[in-house]
Write a protein that binds this ligand. Structure first.
Ligand code: SPD
Length: 377
């Protein structure tokens, strides 16, 4: 091969260095479609193992383009706009219900997913409420919205005030959040996460279809707004791990990722994902094929690959969310399988709120409440 002119090789070196510093893999050669074609995936950030895509490409010869998002609103807006260019998307089941109703997701041909048999029938049964007949979506991983803390920093910030029994008090009760503000408080940056969690805290059904149930949510959120120091749906993981925030209203697995990163960094930050004794607000994120996907056969190959027990287990091992694959448990690391904020104990699982979707008018109410809360307008 002819050597690159020195200006170009300098540029290449600079790009490689900055990518390495940012921890990003970049390919300088354009991605050529392989003989087996391509697959375009749009998934949540921090939601896959390092080797998941690499092994799939090796096994199938399919070339994958993998992009990420960090809240349902972003994915939904793309699907509604159409022509996403994606063949696999990963909406939460309650958003998928709206997308199914809108004809945005394909009906699945299960004969193309032999590993479908590995799915836990109890989980699949619970999903029929949002996807009758399990016709369109296949669960990827599941978890719950909860509170993560930096144990020592929170204790120090609370001073004489004992830790509340209900972890949601730390973020929703002014008495507590006003204290922990000093070490940094982060909220998920998503209307559909914050408002239902507040409703649940107020003793109402998180997915209520009754507009009156939403009346007290905004005043309660406005009260605690001055103490929220960050809105983040992905960056909070590193902020927790590094100690620049001490309380996060976030997702169970993400908080466990932060815990693991702090352990790996040996920085002394003890992070814990708390389990709400009154039940958390769960979610099921699901694989689906957009109605206008171009590489449908490859999408089926990917879904079937994820449903291999050892692949599904490797996702849980890496990102600390439970998986719906009943054959995978033997491949899940002991410390992950025994972590009660990953695979919930039966008593905690029973208390989880039932996931539901809400109609458009309620969705608009939720967005209005959240925007007003976040912006103060
Ligand atoms: N880092 C990946 C987090 C995935 C969380 N999905 C949450 C959906 C909640 N409705």
């Amino acid at each position: 091969m002819k050597p690159l002119p020195s200006s170009l090789s300098k540029l290449k070196r600079a790009l490689l260095t900055s990518a390495a510093v940012a921890g990003v893999a970049i390919a300088l050669t354009p991605i050529a479609a392989s003989a087996q074609g391509v697959l375009n995936i749009y998934n949540w950030s921090d939601y896959i193992a390092e080797d998941t895509i690499k092994n799939f490409e090796k096994e199938t010869g399919i070339k994958v383009r993998y992009d990420t998002f960090d809240n349902n609103e972003i994915l939904h807006a793309k699907l509604v706009a159409g022509k996403t260019g994606y063949d696999i998307v990963v909406p939460s089941s309650n958003w998928a219900a709206i997308q199914i109703a809108g004809g945005l997701l394909q009906k699945l041909d299960k004969s193309k997913i032999p590993n479908y048999k590995n799915l836990d029938p109890a989980i699949m049964g619970s999903m029929t409420k949002l996807d009758p007949g399990n016709a369109h979506i296949i669960p990827w991983l599941w978890g719950f919205t909860t509170v993560g803390i930096n144990v020592d920093k929170v204790k120090a910030a609370l001073g004489n005030l004992p830790m509340p029994t209900n972890p949601y008090d730390l973020v929703f009760d002014e008495k507590y959040i006003s204290k922990v503000k000093s070490c940094g408080v982060s909220f998920l940056d998503s209307a559909s996460e914050i408002v239902p969690t507040m409703l649940h805290y107020q003793g109402k059904y998180a997915y209520s279809r009754n507009a009156a149930d939403y009346r007290d949510a905004l005043p309660a959120l406005q009260k605690i707004r001055p103490y929220v120091t960050l809105f983040s749906s992905s960056g909070y993981i590193n902020d927790m791990a590094g100690g620049s925030i001490c309380v996060a209203l976030g997702w169970s697995g993400d908080i466990n990722i932060a815990r693991q990163r702090a352990i790996d960094a040996k920085n002394g930050n003890k992070i814990e994902a708390l389990i709400p004794p009154g039940g958390g607000v769960p979610f099921f994120d699901t694989m689906a094929i957009p109605a206008d996907a171009s590489n449908v056969e490859n999408a089926y190959k990917f879904i079937n690959y994820i449903l291999k027990p050892e692949v599904h287990a490797s996702l849980s091992n890496k990102v600390f969310y439970a998986n719906p694959n009943k054959e995978s448990i033997k491949f899940v690391k002991k410390e992950v399988a025994e972590n009660p904020s990953v695979f919930l104990k039966e008593a905690d699982a029973k208390k989880l709120v039932a996931v539901d979707s809400v109609p458009n008018d309620i969705r608009r109410t939720i967005t209005r409440i959240y925007t007003s809360f976040k912006t103060g307008l």
